[in-house]
Design a protein around this ligand. Structure first.
Ligand SMILES: [Zn+2]
Length: 558
């Protein structure tokens, strides 16, 4: 019986320490069956000559909001790349409003006030360019958004007044008591609950659209953090059904691990009795219906960790710090940020999810939130010891040496974003000041502490291409060209390892993928240049010649 295909004459960097560099990969049934001459080429039906090209394992973005990236592709782009000034931002919204029917929502995303002289767009500014349309603009952190007067009116708050600010949120007011337009953290729901509903099919199509651009950038796997709770994260209560529909219809282009949002988990009594307690109790089930938990699924679609946000964003200055942010003109000097949920609420649910076998993935950006989450993870393990849980702290944005050492000793997987240093670095440095910037989005210290450090972009928060992200992990320059803690730079090989092996480990999938090893999935990327020898300042210019998933060329050609 002939085997499927052998890729020959490549410079194949496998990330397998047993055979780090090989020149041939044999593939059968979507998996690697041989390296080099372990099997003769005559054993294969087809031979593909890689013509000396550099090959690395497929990139796995360990924290990528794929469905939100799909949404970004259809909304108005008001990122600093597309709209560098407030005038250009307003011009883009005005143009979209003119193309819409009166009353139709105009939605955009990606603005960053750090590029707009510190100003979030005001409702009255949006009203002037879109008087007949409700307007909703996501801040690029997605932790906040701006609504215009028509949007407030649709939500039941004519005159941008009459609402109650929910706990864990903030709404800056004008002198007359009406909202200025900005809705921070949980206060987003005042208006976002009234955005047009997303059907399962609409979300499935977004997943498809984002998958198309992802495979073209060399992404073969993603982990989507936070689904099913649109008031917090995700698109709709049927997000997992949307992924299943996308797969059924051939729209799912990349392998996906899905993280339900913590608010979708609930007490479940295994005896079948009705559970009346609002909080999970020790010894009681806690999870999704039917007891579904982390690990269910297959190599294309599986349930990963449970995700929750503990705090907010650095550039939005809502992440919880142990010391106040560096105040900007007109800002509160005492602002230390805040938690999104009461600490007790977080602890009870996270400990119960841990007890019930879930992997935890808790967003913590400020060093204050990192402390809170480390305390909770330590308490969970103290009460219900479990080996190799690999609980994750998403972002791990600001962490002292002591916090790094403590997280390493607890076996925590930090999930930082190298690309943040570029797109958000100047704003983060302003918010933190020089002394604390030293501890911001560390990479080398985490690797040196022996931690599993996956690579991720948090797209669409910043741009999704892995080669841009690797470029930033290796170079660590901000958008303005300033060095951003250069001692935290990592090598090209460490960055590729992060994007492949460590991302697989961070979702308990290292037996399936991450390295090009016989028995694992045949997911790899053919590069236009040798990433190991090019000038490191040109890494982002390397092209993706082809992306191969399960032995099939899904983008480009070889
Ligand atoms: Zn995220």
């Amino acid at each position: 019986m002939a085997l499927d295909v052998i890729f020959t004459n490549g410079s194949i960097h496998t990330q397998d320490p047993g055979h780090p560099l090989v020149h041939a990969l044999g593939v059968h049934g979507g998996r690697i069956v041989s390296v080099d001459e372990q099997l003769p080429r005559e054993a294969f039906d087809r031979v593909v000559n890689l013509r000396g090209a550099t090959v690395v394992p497929g990139f796995h973005d360990a924290h990528c909001h794929l469905s939100l990236l799909g949404e970004a592709l259809v909304q108005v782009d008001v990122s600093p790349r597309a709209a560098p000034t407030m005038a250009e931002l307003l011009e883009r919204i005005g143009a979209a409003a003119r193309d819409s029917e009166p009353g139709e929502w105009v939605m955009g995303q990606g603005y960053d006030q750090n590029y707009l002289d510190g100003h979030h767009p005001l409702a009255v500014e949006l009203d002037a360019v879109a008087p007949l349309n409700p307007v909703w603009l996501w801040h690029n952190s997605r932790h906040m958004a701006v609504a215009n007067s028509a949007a407030f009116a649709v939500a039941g708050y004519p005159g941008r007044a009459g609402f109650t600010v929910p706990e864990g949120g903030r709404v800056p007011l004008d002198d007359d008591g009406s909202a200025q337009g900005l809705l921070e953290e949980t206060a987003r729901a005042l208006v976002s609950d009234h955005l047009p509903a997303k059907t399962t099919r609409v979300v499935a199509e977004q997943i498809g659209a984002a998958g198309d651009v992802a495979v073209a950038a060399g992404i073969t796997s993603i982990t989507e953090p936070g689904l099913g709770a649109p008031a917090h994260l995700g698109q709709s209560p049927t997000d997992i059904a949307a992924y299943q529909l996308a797969r059924d219809e051939g729209l799912l282009r990349v392998r996906a691990t899905l993280m339900p949002y913590l608010t979708t988990l609930h007490p479940i009594d295994p005896t079948g009795c009705t559970v009346a307690q609002p909080y999970p109790l020790e010894g009681q089930g806690f999870g999704l219906d039917l007891g579904i938990r982390s690990g269910l699924g297959d190599e294309w679609l599986r349930i990963g960790a449970v995700k929750v946000l503990s705090d907010g964003s650095l550039i939005g200055r809502s992440a919880l710090m142990t010391e106040g942010y560096v105040p900007e003109e007109g800002q509160d000097a005492e602002n230390v940020g805040y938690l999104q949920f009461p600490r007790e609420w977080l602890e009870q649910r996270l400990v119960a999810a841990h007890e019930n076998g879930w992997q935890l993935a808790v967003h913590a950006i400020g060093d204050g939130a990192v402390d809170v989450v480390l305390d909770i993870l330590e308490e969970a393990q103290r009460r219900f010891p479990r080996e190799d849980a690999r609980h994750r702290i998403e972002h791990f944005g600001v962490a002292s040496d002591e916090q790094v050492a403590r997280a390493a000793s607890l076996g925590v997987v930090p999930v930082p974003q190298g690309r943040f240093v570029n797109e958000l670095g100047d704003g983060m440095a302003r918010a933190l000041g020089e002394r604390r910037t030293r501890f911001c989005y560390r990479m080398k210290s985490l690797v040196d502490a022996g931690m599993v450090v996956p690579a991720s972009t948090d797209a669409p928060i910043v741009d999704y291409p892995p080669l841009s992200n690797i470029h930033d992990m290796v170079n660590r320059l901000t958008a303005s060209g300033a060095p951003f803690v250069p001692e935290e730079r990592i090598s090209v090989d460490e960055a590729v390892h992060a994007y492949t092996v460590a991302s697989a480990q961070a979702s308990h999938q290292e037996d399936e993928k991450g390295s090009l090893t016989p028995g694992k999935l045949a997911d790899f990327v053919v590069l236009s240049e040798d990433i190991y020898t090019v000038d490191p300042t040109t890494i982002r210019d390397i092209g993706i010649t082809a992306t191969v998933i399960g032995g099939e060329v899904v983008h480009g050609r070889v």
